[in-house]
Design a binder for this molecule. Structure first.
Ligand SMILES: *[C@@H]1O[C@H](CO)[C@@H](O)[C@H](O)[C@H]1NC(C)=O
Ligand SMILES: *[C@@H]1O[C@H](CO)[C@@H](O)[C@H](O)[C@H]1NC(C)=O
Ligand SMILES: *[C@@H]1O[C@H](CO)[C@@H](O)[C@H](O)[C@H]1NC(C)=O
Ligand SMILES: *[C@@H]1O[C@H](CO)[C@@H](O)[C@H](O)[C@H]1NC(C)=O
Ligand SMILES: *[C@@H]1O[C@H](CO)[C@@H](O)[C@H](O)[C@H]1NC(C)=O
Ligand SMILES: *[C@@H]1O[C@H](CO)[C@@H](O)[C@H](O)[C@H]1NC(C)=O
Length: 367
């Protein structure tokens, strides 16, 4: 049914068949078991992976971020269909958080009381969390340089305006480029697809009366989904992305409850894929600073930064030093920050840039 046609356009491997579909998700938790997409499906890298509302132990969400290359201005937006927020009366929520350019944090959540509508075709995806005033629209990931617009007209949380991302690096799954029938799991019950590993971001928002603008910033978009709680399946993870010189990099280094490390590496240069892989030690991420241990016992607030070493094969290593700059969001077992990065292929030119990164440490609660 999903026969795969490979095209080679400016070095990107593309799967050229879209799933045309319309989907409505009602604002009520699903009672019973849910089904989620497992292997990748052509044309659906960024589409809904669950065709029902979430039950209390499943999730499907779309994450976006954008940040300035020079100030503390940073923003995260997540569109959820999730059972993980037990306190929410329905699974459909939009959360927005970040830091103003003076470093002060903000956050808000609004529930989609009227459901969610997805529309997908050859031109891409559009999604509306009805009743929130928040939508996103993305052009086809099977064409080069896709663009996304996240739009708010959400008086309930005081947010109006938009975030625009213009992709600078090809989409991918955990271990592969955007090809059908590939693995999408990071760990059992935790899937990942990275539609926009790196973007040029433009943000024009008003947040509770304050103008929030980012021009020529860095942006990113991915999604996770799964048929078990995201809070209890991974013990620990280090995730992040950075733009430095011609390079776009993404690291995802997770620890499961058997204390086995699973790592996922992505490096692109000038918009072309250099490596995407999940071999042992594909990327090794370690906290740096006083008392830094692995697995960590303290989060982003304690550590000074991290190192991420990507194995490019053939003896080449892309090594990155990250130094923490601004904590964007902190829930103790879960925090995000901006950091400055220096790095490059060891023995070659070194570049500087900026990263958004995250430490997830729910293992401290459940381990
Ligand atoms: C969920 O389904 C079960 C079995 O059909 C039923 O007994 C129960 O009342 C339902 N719960 C809700 C909240 O609808
Ligand atoms: C939700 O669906 C998953 C996957 O089918 C199932 O394992 C789980 O038991 C369901 N949870 C609830 C609360 O019904
Ligand atoms: C930073 O800016 C925000 C938004 O304008 C404002 O509410 C807050 O008071 C400012 N914080 C400081 C420390 O100036
Ligand atoms: C705006 O302010 C309201 C009232 O204090 C708050 O509930 C909401 O979360 C704020 N919005 C954001 C995006 O911080
Ligand atoms: C490092 O560990 C020592 C000994 O446990 C402790 O006294 C100190 O406060 C820790 N430092 C930080 C920055 O956590
Ligand atoms: C990273 O930090 C280490 C330790 O300070 C240093 O030896 C190395 O040269 C740094 N690498 C880069 C690319 O800055």
């Amino acid at each position: 049914m999903h026969d795969l046609k490979l095209l080679l356009v400016s070095g990107l491997v593309l799967s050229a068949e879209a799933v045309a579909s319309y989907l409505y998700i009602p604002p009520v938790y699903h009672n019973g078991s849910v089904k989620v997409e497992d292997l990748s499906v052509a044309g659906n890298l960024d589409g809904p992976k669950m065709r029902t509302a979430a039950n209390h132990t499943s999730f499907d969400f779309w994450y976006f971020d954008a940040f300035s290359t020079s100030t503390p201005a940073a923003i995260n937006v997540v569109f959820y269909n999730t059972g993980d927020f037990a306190a929410n009366p329905n699974p459909l929520a939009v959360q927005i958080s970040g830091t103003f350019d003076n470093g002060t944090q903000f956050s808000g959540q609004v529930l989609a009381s009227k459901g969610v509508i997805f529309d997908q075709d050859d031109n891409g995806i559009s999604a509306s969390w009805e009743g929130t005033g928040a939508t996103f629209r993305g052009s086809s990931l099977d064409k080069s340089s896709p663009e996304y617009i996240i739009r708010f007209d959400s008086p309930g949380i005081g947010v109006k305006g938009d975030i625009r991302l213009k992709s600078r690096a090809p989409p991918h799954y955990p271990c592969n480029p955007n090809i059908a029938q590939m693995n999408t799991l990071l760990l059992p019950h935790l899937h990942w697809a990275n539609a926009i590993p790196d973007a040029t971001a433009t943000v024009d928002l008003q947040i509770n009366g304050t103008d929030f603008h980012i021009t020529k910033g860095v942006g990113y978009h991915d999604k996770n989904w799964g048929d078990a709680s995201v809070i209890t399946s991974p013990k620990y993870w280090d995730w992040g992305h950075a733009q430095l010189g011609p390079y776009s990099i993404v690291w995802y280094d997770l620890l499961d409850y058997n204390n086995k490390e699973h790592s996922y590496a992505y490096v692109a240069k000038n918009g072309r894929l250099v490596t995407v892989g999940c071999a042992d030690n594909a990327v090794k991420v370690r906290q740096v600073g006083m008392n830094a241990t692995y697995p960590p016992t303290g989060g982003i607030p304690q550590a000074q930064g991290l190192t991420a070493n990507f194995d490019l094969g053939g003896g080449q290593v892309f090594a990155v030093n990250l130094t923490k700059e601004v904590i964007v969001h902190n829930e103790v077992v879960y925090a995000r920050a901006l950091g400055s990065v220096t790095g490059g292929i060891v023995g070659q030119e070194t570049y500087t840039g900026r990263a958004m990164y995250e430490e997830y440490m729910y293992g401290l609660l459940f381990g």
